[in-house]
Structure formats: structure tokens, C-alpha cells
Design a protein around this ligand. Structure first.
Ligand code: ZN
Ligand code: ZN
Ligand code: FE
Length: 746
């Protein structure tokens, strides 16, 4: 053996609660190295003493084969003089005040635990809270860091002798698995699984306590049960998600590609949006008007227990009253869900942090998160540059907020629409906890310019903090830049339903030339009137009327359009005068509103029950093989205005001529693609920028986004989309945070 050396090694990233210390212990044993390993609030700290070649092997193994859940960001190595350690030990956790240590998201049950759980005779056979260092609850049970059992909601369960032995044995898979438990010592459920299954078979609705909150559960093959759930939940036609027994069960209901399969079985276990098989014998009330279904696989042992040969799928929708946060406490559930559920399946492991199911979809070649929550949060987005401690408040709908520190952006889990007191309370509570958990004390706060957003009001109320207002669509594009690691100027195409503009109007069909420092608004859809503000959002026919008046003026009266017969003449007259006299009518350039208008003109729907419903149904019917598009004009000036009146003229003619809705929808979508490409081409010839970022809720439209990406690439553009954060307003907070950081630097 060569002269022994000693090295101190610091590992940063997600390295706690992921089996890192037993990994280090076992590796050190194997390589005959002495020293120690410990968890600190700044990451994992190790000292290794022994043969230099063996230490090299250790480092090599650490880099190439770390524990499966670890996400190493940085390994630093320092040389020290040997002190003569004679063994390798795991030392007590130490806390380094002020230092950051990311908390792991919750992880779905691993294959080893599933085997324990499914093997008769194993002491965890059928035990619904089986977990190990590679899986189980994390963020939802963590009260404080460092991540140790007394600081989790498992503190009240005293481990039995056998569990404790596992917990203390570095060679065991459950070594320091903080939620480690068994039937003798751990949490338990209140309703027998047999009873739960029987009630579900009988068409009853169950409230089941899960990992991040309650679910409302029923049999998706029983239409009456699904309709009853809709009625009781007062949710008219927003889709319900399904949980299926396994991938094979998913395939009987939906079409599953290779990439979608990978998303389904990933340890994050999001709800994956899949194409629905039209012949699947499933209730038509699950996702009315939609050709997709949200499907997820079981992610806790309790979920696995619910399925058997007779049960391959269950409706699993968030246990909440409409638009309120998902319910987490037993008492709260009994109170709030009592009028919806026929029975409850409770358990006694407390959910400290409320976390909804995440939603992802595979398009344009990869998994893209649309709602970032369980399994993803609070894992940070790593930025390629150092950032100050900033709080970005996010937007109003699908809210998340974002805290930055070091070179991390910590997005909160999905908070929801900040429209009621309960959601605002959830926001405040989560903000408070995340600030403590990640030890971030922001001196700067970024907010949306819309003064009516509750998140903005919250920001403006704060004292002793520097405030930076960020334009909504600039934030969308900056968010896309940040997650793609781009620092240069790009052409940013931001299409969504609404966002407060720098001119006081409602933007949402925007072409920006932007970077973190600023933006220039270079083109937008021509303004039309949003008659009655929010009412116009709920009643797309009002937008249709705006576009028709804009296009045809007084000649609208001679149009033989079904829409104008469907809506009572008196209503039309009222709204028409509002539009013409600009009473209670702000102007909007939002692309989302154009989709609404077209959906109404072609006869899909005149009123919506949830955001983007009309646009989704318009997309669903678009025929994929159509190549045609409608004409449009780009009016020069500063900024350019995109004039869709030529399109409207022909589109209305096609509707009057009773051409198929599917054909018209496709031609309309193709027109929007052509607009994106044409404006980008013109901007490139002036700016010499060939990078394009597509962001905003409208780019969840798969028909639109896949064609836009293909056409832009065919013209030689480099196109960037979201994948780590949502393209919708759930991604706004990240953009706000990086913009505020840039403002601080300049
Ligand atoms: Zn496990
Ligand atoms: Zn036990
Ligand atoms: Fe938006």
C-alpha cells in the first residue's frame, strides 16, 4: 500500500433522504477506506483516509454510480494530513446555519418495497406505508431541515425493535429511512381495504387520504358513479384523472407511446395526458368534449392495495371543494368532503405539506410538465448563474411562487387559482414554510403588473422590501430562457389568454425581442374589445361578436351565421353597443381569446365552464391532415399589428357554407402557425436572431405547438419550449425571479 492520504469531500445537491450515507458507508467498507460521512444542512460531508488509488475509485464510483435518487450538483475535494482513522463511521447530522440543502420531492414506491409488500410472509406484506431510503414520502412530511425523523410527521411513531434495527444498519435498505415503519409500529388506515373495494364496486364515492392530500375516488366504468361525483363536487365538465393498476391497464383505455410509458412509470408518477381510445368501455363523463385522459400509476403502497384482478382503474380526483386547495387533514376532510364522499379511508400519518398530483404531457418529442407539484417540487431549477435572494410572487391562475438563492430557483408546488381565501391562505403558509426550509430571506420581491392579482396585492402590501414589477409576457419568455439556460436575446412568442400589458391593455398575442434585462414588443395581434371583462372570458361568443364587428362592421346584420341566431337578439344588441361604444370593454390582443372567438363562430361552444375549455375543444376537432391556411396581414408600424380580418372573412364564409368544423379548425390552427413563422422570419431579417422561445398557455395546444416547431425548424430557427416548468402561468414565477435578479445586477 502507498502512503495513506486523507481527503475531505463535500457533496451538494439532493443528497439527503436518498440513501447517500449507507451508499458511502458500504463503498468505503468495500474499498477499505477509513473516515466518516455525515449529513449537514449544507449537504453531505465526508472524510476518506487510506490508499490514494482506492480514494480515486471511491470518487469515480460516486460520480458515475451514485444512489438512484441522488442528484449531485457539485463535489469538492480537499487534501488533508492523515490522522489515522481506523474505521469508517456514520456521524450525527450537523446544522450549518444559513446554508442551503435541497429537500427531496416525494418518491413513488420502489421496486424493492413493492416486492416486500407483495410477498406473503414478508413482514411488510400488504402494509400500506412501506418505504425505504429509495422511496416514500419526503417533502409532504418534512417540517424542518436537516431531514431527520424528529423533524418529520413520523416523529410521533416510535420504531419497533425490528424497524429500529433496519434503521441503524448501514447495510440495510432502510438505514436512516426517516419514514421507516411497519404494521407493529407505524401508521395505519381506518377502513379495511376489502370494504373500500366493495364500496367502489357498488358505485360509491370514497375519500381516500393519500400522500399530499385527499382524493375522491370512484369506479370509472360506472357512469352513474362518475356523474354522481360530478354533481356532488359541482364540477360540470372539467376532466377527472384516472389511476390505473399498471401500464397494461392504461393501454386498454388509452394509446401509450414509449415516451409516455416512461413518463407514467417515472419515480415522479405524474398524471400523464394520453390519447383516449374511443372504444374503451369507460364512462363518457370522465372528460366530456375531450379526446385525452389524464392517467397515473399507483405511487404509494396504499394505492396498490386498492387494485386487484377485478379493479384495473379508478377515478382519482383531488379531494377539494371546487377551486379550493386539496384537503389534507382528517378532521378537515370529514367536514368539507362529507357531502361528497359516502365513506372515508383515513390514515394517521399527518400530511405536513399539501401537494397536488402533477400533470405532464409528452409532445414535441419529450415529457413536459403542465402542473408542477408532487414528485417535482421542491426540487430546484438549477440556473447557470448566481442569484440573490428574491421572491417572485407568480400570477393569478395556476399560481406558483419562486424563491431564489445561490444558483437555484425553488418553485413552490402548484398553489392553484388565487381567487379565494383558502387558496390565498395556502399560498401564505407555503411561502412561510419554504422560506424557513430553504433559509431564504428575500430582500427583493417581483410581481405581476396586474394590480388585481392577489399575488400582486400581497407583494405591494409588504414593507421593507424592494419591489420590482414584471410584465406578464416578458416573464413567460424569461421563464423559457431560464429553464433552457439561454442568456442571449431571443424572439419570444408569448400566446395566452390574458396578461396585463405595459400600455394598460390586456396582452396575450405577443412577439417580443427579449432577454432577462428587458424586452421590446415588436408585434401583436390587433386589439379587439373584451366586452364585460371577465364575463367575456366565460362567454366566448362575446369575443366572437368583437371579431365579427371588427371584420364586418354594420354588415354583420346581413351575415347568415348560426351564432347570430343562437344568441338572443337582445343580448347581441346589448353587447354590440358595449363593444361599439367601448363601455366596460378593455382591449385585448390575447391569442387565447381569438381561439375562443373562433370556437364560438364555428359553433363549438358559446360559454365555458373552465379556462381554455373552448380552445381545447377546438383543438380536439382539428383534422390532422389538412394543409390549407387562411390569409392574414401584418400591418407595419411600431409595433407591427397582426390583422386577422382577412382570415375571419373567409372563415365566416366557410361556416356559412357549412364546411366541416374539423376542417375549419385545422385551417385556423394552420393560420396561427403561419403567423408565428411569418413574424419570426421578419424579425430575424431585422434582428439577426434565430432563436425562438414559445411560451404561454396557448402553447399547451399540441396541434399548434408541434406544427409551429416543425415549421420554424424548417426555416432554420432554433426553437425552445418549456419542459421543466409549465408553459402556462404556473411558470411565470420563474421568469419574474430571473428578471428581478437581472434588474438587481444592472
Ligand atoms: Zn423503497
Ligand atoms: Zn416497526
Ligand atoms: Fe400567461
Amino acid at each position: 500500500m502507498l502512503q495513506p492520504v486523507r481527503k475531505q469531500i463535500r457533496v451538494r445537491g439532493i443528497v439527503q433522504g436518498v440513501g447517500f450515507r449507507p451508499f458511502a458507508f458500504n463503498l468505503a467498507q468495500r474499498l477499505q477506506l477509513a473516515g466518516y460521512v455525515l449529513n449537514s444542512s449544507a449537504g453531505v460531508l465526508m472524510e476518506l483516509e487510506g490508499d490514494p488509488a482506492q480514494i480515486e475509485s471511491f470518487l469515480c464510483e460516486l460520480r458515475e454510480n451514485p444512489p438512484p435518487l441522488a442528484q449531485i450538483e457539485d463535489i469538492s475535494v480537499e487534501n488533508l494530513d492523515p490522522v489515522g482513522y481506523n474505521s469508517f463511521s456514520i456521524r450525527e447530522s450537523v446544522d450549518v446555519p444559513g446554508q442551503l440543502a435541497p429537500v427531496s420531492p416525494d418518491v413513488s414506491t420502489c421496486a424493492d418495497c413493492l416486492r416486500d409488500f407483495q410477498t406473503p410472509g414478508n413482514r411488510r406484506f400488504g402494509y400500506p406505508f412501506t418505504n425505504c431510503t429509495n422511496c416514500g414520502p419526503r417533502y409532504t412530511i418534512t417540517r424542518m431541515i436537516p431531514y431527520d425523523r424528529p423533524l418529520t410527521t413520523m416523529a410521533c411513531f416510535q420504531m419497533c425493535e425490528q424497524c429500529l434495527r433496519e434503521y441503524e444498519d448501514p447495510s440495510d435498505r432502510r438505514f436512516h429511512a426517516q419514514p421507516n415503519a411497519c404494521r407493529d409500529c407505524g401508521p395505519a388506515i381506518t377502513l379495511s381495504v376489502e370494504m373500500a373495494r366493495q364500496l367502489l364496486r357498488e358505485g360509491r364515492i370514497l375519500a381516500i387520504k393519500g400522500l399530499g392530500g385527499f382524493h375522491l375516488v370512484c369506479d370509472p366504468f360506472n357512469d352513474a358513479a362518475v356523474q354522481l361525483l360530478r354533481e356532488r363536487k359541482k364540477r360540470s365538465d372539467k376532466p377527472f384523472a384516472l389511476m390505473v393498476r399498471d401500464v397494461a391497464a392504461a393501454e386498454t383505455i388509452c394509446i401509450v407511446s414509449e415516451a409516455e410509458r416512461a413518463a407514467l412509470i417515472s419515480i415522479r408518477r405524474p398524471i400523464v395526458i394520453l390519447a383516449h381510445r374511443p372504444d374503451a368501455p369507460i364512462s363518457q363523463s370522465l372528460a366530456p368534449g375531450n379526446n385525452t385522459l389524464g392517467v397515473m400509476l399507483p405511487y404509494t403502497p396504499l394505492h396498490h392495495l386498492l387494485f386487484d384482478d377485478a379493479c384495473s382503474a379508478l377515478v382519482m380526483t383531488s379531494g377539494n371543494l371546487s377551486e379550493e386547495p386539496i384537503v389534507t387533514g382528517n378532521r378537515e376532510a370529514a367536514l368539507l368532503l362529507g357531502s361528497i364522499a359516502d365513506a372515508f379511508l383515513f390514515h394517521n400519518r399527518d400530511i405536513h405539506t399539501r401537494v397536488d398530483d402533477s400533470v405532464a404531457r409528452v409532445f414535441a418529442g419529450q415529457e413536459r410538465v403542465l402542473r408542477r407539484s408532487r414528485g417535482y417540487a421542491p426540487h430546484p431549477i438549477t440556473l447557470g448563474f448566481p442569484v440573490a435572494e428574491v421572491l417572485a410572487c407568480g400570477a393569478e391562475l395556476k399560481n406558483t411562487f419562486c424563491l431564489t438563492k445561490d444558483h437555484h430557483a425553488f418553485l413552490s408546488q402548484h398553489i392553484g387559482d388565487l381567487e379565494n381565501y383558502e387558496t390565498l391562505t395556502f399560498y401564505r403558509e407555503t411561502l412561510d414554510r419554504m422560506q424557513r426550509l430553504f433559509r431564504i430571506a428575500p430582500k427583493v420581491i417581483a410581481y405581476d403588473l396586474h394590480h388585481q392579482y392577489l399575488s400582486t396585492k400581497l407583494a405591494l402590501e409588504m414593507t421593507d422590501i424592494q419591489k420590482i414589477g414584471v410584465q406578464h409576457h416578458h416573464a413567460h419568455i424569461a421563464s423559457c430562457l431560464a429553464e433552457n439556460g439561454i442568456a442571449d436575446k431571443v424572439i419570444g412568442v408569448a400566446f395566452d389568454g390574458t396578461g396585463f400589458g405595459a400600455d394598460g391593455k390586456i396582452w396575450g398575442g405577443e412577439f417580443l425581442v427579449a432577454d432577462f434585462e428587458g424586452f421590446e414588443r415588436r408585434a401583436h395581434f390587433r386589439y379587439v374589445a373584451l366586452a364585460g371583462g371577465d364575463r367575456a372570458v366565460r362567454e366566448p361568443w362575446r369575443l366572437a361578436l368583437s371579431y365579427l364587428l371588427d371584420t364586418f362592421g354594420a354588415q354583420i346584420e346581413s351575415l347568415d351565421l348560426p351564432l347570430l341566431r343562437r344568441i338572443p337578439a337582445k343580448k347581441i344588441a346589448t353587447i354590440r353597443s358595449m363593444i361599439e361604444r367601448r363601455i366596460n370593454s378593455v382591449e385585448t390582443s390575447a391569442a387565447g381569446r381569438l381561439f375562443d372567438a373562433v370556437a364560438s363562430i364555428v359553433g363549438i361552444r358559446d360559454e365555458v365552464n373552465f379556462e381554455a375549455q373552448a380552445a381545447i375543444e377546438l383543438e380536439v376537432c382539428a383534422q390532422p391532415s389538412v394543409e390549407a391556411s387562411y390569409p392574414f396581414e401584418i400591418l407595419t408600424g411600431s409595433p407591427w399589428q397582426i390583422d386577422v380580418r382577412p382570415m375571419m372573412e373567409q372563415l365566416v364564409r366557410d361556416v356559412v357554407a357549412a364546411k366541416s368544423v374539423g376542417w375549419i379548425s385545422a385551417v385556423f390552427h394552420n393560420t396561427v402557425v403561419a403567423i408565428v413563422v411569418e413574424v419570426c422570419l421578419r424579425l430575424r431579417s431585422e434582428e439577426h436572431i434565430d432563436r425562438v422561445c414559445l411560451s404561454g398557455g396557448t402553447f399547451q395546444n399540441v396541434y399548434l405547438v408541434e406544427r409551429a416547431v416543425a415549421s420554424l425548424r424548417a426555416e432554420g430557427f432554433q426553437v425552445f419550449l418549456h419542459s421543466k416548468v409549465p408553459p402556462n402561468d404556473g411558470g411565470i414565477s420563474l421568469g419574474q425571479a430571473v428578471i428581478a435578479n437581472a434588474a438587481l445586477k444592472s
